[in-house]
Design a protein around this ligand. Structure first.
Ligand code: C2E
Ligand code: CA
Ligand code: CA
Length: 279
C-alpha cells in the first residue's frame, strides 16, 4: 500500500510537471509571437438596428503562427492573462486597432467607433490611462472614436480605484462599454459607478430570444433599463432574422453578429464597407 501511495504521489508530480512545462512552452510561444508579429486583428462590424448603417466595429485578436492554423483567442488569452503577457499583447491590440481606425477615418470610410477588449490585468497597471492617451496621440485617433470594453468582473475587485484610474480617459471622451452584461454579480451597482456609455448584452441571453417568454422578458428588461439610463444598448452574437427583429423591436440600438457578418480581416472589412467619394 505504501509503495502504491508513493507511486501515486510520483504520478501526480509528473502530471503537474507536464502541465507546467506545457504552459511554459505556450508562454514562450506567445512571447515569440509578439516579437515576430504573428498576431492579427479581425474586425466585426456593428450596425444601427433601425437603419442598418455601420456604427462600430469590435477588434478581435487571433494568433497566426508561421505554421499551422489560426488560433482562437479563447485558446491563448487566459494564459496571457495568467502570465501577465496580456499587458504587452493588449497594448499591441490597442495600437493596431487605433491606427487602423485612424487610417480608415482619414481615407473617408464612414466614421464609426472602434471597440477594443481590455483585460482586468491591464487595468492593474498604474500607467494604464497614460498609455492609452499616448497611443491615441501617436495614432491620431480622436478619443471619442475609441470604445473600451470592460467585463463586469472588474467591478468585483477594487472598484473605486479602477474607476479613478479611468477618469482621465473619460474626460478626454473615450467611451466605455460593459461587456457580457448579465453574467457578473454586481451589474447594477457597476452601472451606477462606472458611468459607462454602452452595455453589451451577454451572448447567452441572445441565444434564448425570442423563443422562450421568460428569457425574452429578461432581455426586454435589460434593454428597457439601459435605455432609461441613456446607455447605448448593444446586442452581440445575433445570428438570426428573428433575433434581430426582436431586439430591434425592443429598442436595442446596435447589433453585432453573424446575422450581419463574422469578424473579418482589415482588408475584407474595407472591401465590404467601401470608401464613400465625398471629396
Ligand atoms: P467577446 O469580447 O465576448 O467577443 C465576442 C465573441 O463572439 C467573438 O469571439 C466573436 O467572434 C464571437 N461572435 C460574434 N458574433 C457571433 C455570433 O453571431 N454567434 C456566435 N456564436 N459568436 C459570435 P472570438 O473572436 O473568438 O473572441 C472570444 C473572446 O476572446 C472575446 O469575447 C474576448 O473576451 C476575448 N478577446 C478577443 N480579442 C481580445 C483582445 O484583443 N484582448 C482581450 N483581452 N481579449 C480578447
Ligand atoms: Ca468584447
Ligand atoms: Ca462579449
Amino acid at each position: 500500500a505504501k509503495a502504491l501511495g508513493r507511486n501515486k504521489c510520483c504520478f501526480h508530480t509528473k502530471e503537474l510537471n507536464r502541465a507546467f512545462k506545457k504552459n511554459l512552452a505556450i508562454e514562450q510561444a506567445l512571447r515569440k509571437a509578439l516579437e515576430q508579429e504573428e498576431f492579427v486583428l479581425h474586425y466585426q462590424p456593428q450596425y444601427g438596428a433601425g437603419n442598418k448603417q455601420l456604427v462600430g466595429a469590435e477588434a478581435l485578436i487571433r494568433w497566426q503562427p508561421r505554421v499551422g492554423p489560426l488560433v482562437s483567442p479563447a485558446d491563448f488569452i487566459p494564459l496571457a492573462e495568467e502570465t501577465g503577457l496580456i499587458v504587452p499583447i493588449g497594448e499591441w491590440v490597442l495600437r493596431t486597432a487605433c491606427s487602423q481606425a485612424a487610417d480608415w477615418l482619414q481615407r473617408g470610410l464612414p466614421p464609426f467607433r472602434i471597440s477594443v477588449n481590455v483585460s482586468p490585468r491591464q487595468l492593474d497597471e498604474s500607467d494604464y490611462a497614460e498609455n492609452v492617451l499616448a497611443i491615441l496621440g501617436e495614432t491620431g485617433l480622436p478619443p471619442q472614436y475609441l470604445m473600451l470594453e470592460i467585463t463586469e468582473g472588474v467591478a468585483i475587485r477594487e472598484e473605486k480605484e479602477t474607476l479613478a484610474k479611468l477618469l482621465p480617459l473619460k474626460q478626454q471622451g473615450v467611451q466605455f462599454a460593459i461587456d457580457d452584461f448579465g453574467t457578473g454579480y454586481s451589474s447594477l451597482s457597476y452601472l451606477m459607478g462606472v458611468q459607462a456609455d454602452a452595455l453589451k448584452i451577454a451572448q447567452m441571453f441572445i441565444n434564448y430570444v425570442p423563443g422562450c417568454p421568460g428569457q425574452a422578458a429578461i432581455v426586454k428588461a435589460i434593454v428597457a433599463m439601459a435605455g432609461s439610463l441613456k446607455l447605448t444598448v448593444i446586442a452581440e452574437g445575433v445570428e438570426t432574422e428573428e433575433q434581430f427583429e426582436f431586439l430591434r423591436s425592443q429598442g436595442c440600438h446596435w447589433i453585432q453578429g453573424y446575422y450581419f457578418m463574422k469578424p473579418v480581416t482589415a482588408m475584407e472589412f474595407e472591401r465590404l464597407h467601401p470608401i464613400s467619394d465625398r471629396e
